[in-house]
Design a protein around this ligand. Structure first.
Ligand code: SAH
Ligand code: SF4
Ligand code: F3S
Length: 451
């Protein structure tokens, strides 16, 4: 890193160079984006939001086809900017780069991209960037897999008072539609002590809310030399003084244990919000998806959670148009949506991912049928979400104030249920917890006032 810093005055004739970084993927990706941003800042670059920067960096996602198309779109645009500024460095990394056909396309069609790396060698970025600055050829460094977990990467948080913390990497579930296990590699859990130490340091630095992140946090710790359950980890995190709120994502229904539900119910810090991806309500489709639960098991879990934590806010992910999905299968999905009373559901049109088992399944569903189902699902999700989210009208809730809202004099924050609330207040309250009466529900957010 020092070597790069020393080069900069010559390279940029004494002015401070700039970079722009964008994150395309999930929250786990965005933590790695923050690490790369922190390294660029330490080297001596200034972060800006314009594409007319000295270095433009994209952390890519490939979970659905449109994520890929977006990157190719950006590259088309960057090509013309780079014509005007040939010294600009273009850097791509992350999940999409772990796909060999993507790298081939970049080599053939986008030779002006300077550096490509993947998901397993993010810690090598300073070295790779040095090579990028000292060479005119396209540098590509993709590792197929890595057993290592690199601790202590630098970070730069978006909010001083809340942040995500990775508890595990990769995924072993191989849901038949999903590319994540191929691009992120095998499941690896961090040592509990490393997680606790990181959170303690974050709390000392002003953080009061953490989101523990993993593709399937419910299987956390199973592969450690001394196995630990996710519920045990939560209990340990709970003990950290000064930490007020604990969130986590994502929970796979197949591994959601009674122990975890009990730990959540007992806890004073774990927020009453659970993201429990359904994917489909049809047991037949769930089996083809390799999800390893069925409709009854899912609904049974929802009931168990609601009994243990009556005010729980449930959210989910649903895929429409998986190969072979019939109208009857789709009706089963609608049925689970009606019964589960989600606050929000993220709905996705099935996207064929090269190399996954579902991509070669027969009976891929025609686009018009999928779109029509998708619209019906969206209408139901929105109607139900409005009803479910409005259940707190008139209540006083504790809000973590996050930012000034677009409207002047107004602030925005969240309840532990992850519901957005707008209310009058001054910016000095940002990062504080305040009691707010939820006066009116506007669908997915509230207007309230501080009491
Ligand atoms: N690990 C998480 C999800 C990660 S991907 C889990 O198991 O729940 C986030 C969401 O993207 C998934 O829940 C799924 O709904 C959606 N998704 C994944 N692959 C997809 C595909 N091929 N087409 C459409 N949606 C997909
Ligand atoms: Fe993909 Fe399934 Fe792993 Fe989630 S659990 S990341 S959907 S393979
Ligand atoms: Fe996308 Fe990779 Fe996350 S494919 S959803 S950024 S793990």
């Amino acid at each position: 890193m020092n070597k790069i810093t020393e080069m900069l005055p010559d390279l940029y004739q004494g002015r401070k160079p700039t970079f722009r970084i964008e994150n395309e993927g999930c929250q786990m990706n965005s933590l790695q984006t923050e690490s790369i941003a922190a390294i660029m800042e330490q080297i001596g670059y200034e972060k800006i939001s314009s594409e007319e920067a000295d270095a433009v960096i994209y952390n890519t996602c490939t979970v659905r086809e449109n994520a890929n198309l977006k990157i190719y779109g950006h590259l088309g645009h960057l090509k013309s900017i780079k014509k005007k500024n040939p010294h600009m460095k273009i850097i791509l990394f992350g999940c999409m780069m772990q796909e060999p056909h993507v790298v081939e396309t970049i080599q053939k069609k986008y030779p002006f991209v300077n550096l490509v790396f993947g998901t397993h060698n993010i810690h090598k970025f300073p070295e790779l960037y040095y090579r990028t600055l000292t060479s005119d050829s396209q540098i590509i460094d993709i590792w197929k897999e890595s057993d290592e977990i690199i601790e202590g990467m630098p970070t730069s948080r978006k909010y001083p008072f809340k942040t995500g913390v990775n508890v595990m990497f990769g995924c072993n579930n191989f849901c038949s539609y999903c590319i994540v296990p191929y691009v992120r590699g095998r499941e690896k859990s961090r040592e509990p002590q490393a997680i606790i130490n990181e959170i303690k340091a974050l709390v000392e630095d002003g953080v009061t809310e953490v989101m523990l992140l993993g593709q399937n946090v419910n299987s956390y710790g199973k592969t450690l030399a001394e196995p630990v359950s996710f519920a045990q980890l939560l209990t340990e995190v709970e003990k950290i003084e000064g930490l007020k709120r604990i969130r986590f994502m994502t929970s796979h229904p197949k591994d959601l244990s009674d122990e975890l539900i009990e730990a959540m119910a007992k806890s004073k810090k774990v927020c009453h919000h659970l993201h429990l991806p359904l994917q489909s309500g049809s047991s037949r489709i769930l089996q083809k998806m390799n999800r390893r639960y069925d409709k009854e098991k899912y609904l049974g879990l929802v009931e168990k959670i609601r009994t243990a934590i009556p005010d729980i806010s449930l959210t989910t992910d649903i895929i429409v148009g998986f190969p072979g999905e019939t109208e009857e299968d789709f009706q089963e999905t609608l049925d689970v949506v009606r019964k589960s009373e989600y606050d929000t559901a993220f709905t996705f049109i099935y996207s064929k991912r090269t190399g996954t088992p579902a991509a070669s399944m027969p009976d891929q569903i025609p686009e018009d049928v999928v779109k029509e189902r998708f619209n019906r699902l969206l209408t139901l999700v929105q109607e139900n979400g409005r009803k479910a989210s409005s259940r707190f009208t008139g209540d006083v809730k504790e809000i973590l104030v996050e930012e000034e809202s677009k409207e002047k004099g107004m602030l925005t924050g969240r309840t532990e249920h992850n519901l957005l609330v707008h209310f009058e207040g001054t910016p000095d309250l940002i990062g504080q917890y305040v009691q707010v009466k939820l006066d009116t529900c506007k669908g997915f957010y509230y207007f309230g006032h501080i009491v």
